[in-house]
Write a protein of this length. Structure first.
Length: 311
């Protein structure tokens, strides 16, 4: 057990925390914008899974990582377009729609994978993205290795946190989106198309979720496995709630969850004598605790999940 407290192990664990938390935070930032618009998209898990598969497939077929990332973003956008159509246009129950979206993604990615790689005896793989070290900053002891020796998508995720905060709190369009979740009738009275704005917010959430899914295959694993999102989409939703619908709070929540996952992975690799099933459950146990604690200070949009009917 003492081995896990060595400096090199701690650095490795913290670096893993950042890497594991990145796709969750990416999807959560997109979900934040969607929920601020009043749409509760529980299909984040399916969107991430679709992005993971499409990104992997394009990377495998073309060898182009930028093209694969773009394809994953488009795939996530298309999946969220289904959610927007069902929730904003047809006014279908958003919880049911989100769950159906997850089932659709699970089935269609498995089928598409089997069709695309029929007759392949060896598990298909792709070359993953390389780590990019930021000059000078990456040389800082400990901090440099943890924060400034990561992948480009990780840096992009960190930049999106203040960008989304600024957009939502300091711009006209951000205020309109926030108003959608609180009082969509006020937006409608101003002559703004409520449905169009909800579509845009939901599609943006899907693009971010697709990018988060692509991180799993193109950055982390280099392979695709059925249902490899493995609950990360659900964690992204929990991160939004735990972060109290605030981007900077969501950063803390995302990396608390990813820390415990990184800890259990490191503990297993070192052969720590502890039931690994409990270690695997740690992030989800912490997520439940966060949900219970955050209920008392919830700043959830007042009309979240409620379809808007124009009188």
């Amino acid at each position: 057990m003492n081995n896990i407290f060595q400096l090199s192990i701690i650095i490795s664990m913290l670096s893993g925390m950042i890497r594991i938390g990145t796709p969750i935070l990416l999807a959560a930032l997109g979900e934040l914008v969607t929920e601020r618009a009043g749409i509760l998209n529980l299909g984040v898990e399916g969107i991430m899974l679709t992005g993971a598969f499409v990104g992997f497939l394009v990377a495998n077929q073309t060898g182009s990582i930028p093209l694969a990332l773009l394809a994953a973003m488009i795939a996530g956008g298309v999946m969220s377009l289904i959610m927007a159509f069902m929730a904003a246009t047809l006014k279908v129950n958003q919880v049911v729609t989100g769950l159906a979206l997850n089932l659709l993604a699970s089935g269609i990615t498995f089928y598409w994978y089997r069709v695309a790689f029929t007759g392949v005896s060896v598990t298909p793989t792709i070359e993953i993205m390389k780590v990019v070290k930021i000059p000078f900053l990456s040389n800082i002891p400990v901090i440099g290795e943890v924060l400034f020796s990561q992948h480009l998508l990780t840096y992009f995720t960190f930049l999106m946190v203040p960008a989304i905060w600024y957009f939502m709190n300091k711009t006209k369009y951000g205020l309109e989106i926030r108003s959608l979740g609180e009082n969509p009738r006020a937006i409608d009275i101003k002559g703004i198309n409520v449905t169009r704005l909800q579509y845009l917010a939901t599609i943006f959430g899907g693009i971010m979720g697709g990018l988060g899914g692509a991180f799993l295959t193109i950055v982390s694993a280099g392979i695709f496995l059925p249902d490899m999102s493995a609950g990360r989409g659900w964690l992204a939703i929990v991160v939004v709630i735990s972060g109290n619908w605030q981007p900077f709070g969501m950063v803390l929540a995302a990396f608390v969850f990813s820390f415990f996952e990184a800890f259990q992975l490191q503990a297993q690799s070192l052969g720590v004598q502890f039931p690994y099933e409990l270690l695997l459950a740690l992030p989800y146990v912490i997520a439940i605790i966060f949900l219970v604690v955050s209920r008392a200070r919830s700043e959830a949009p007042a009309q979240l999940g409620e379809p808007y009917h124009r009188e």
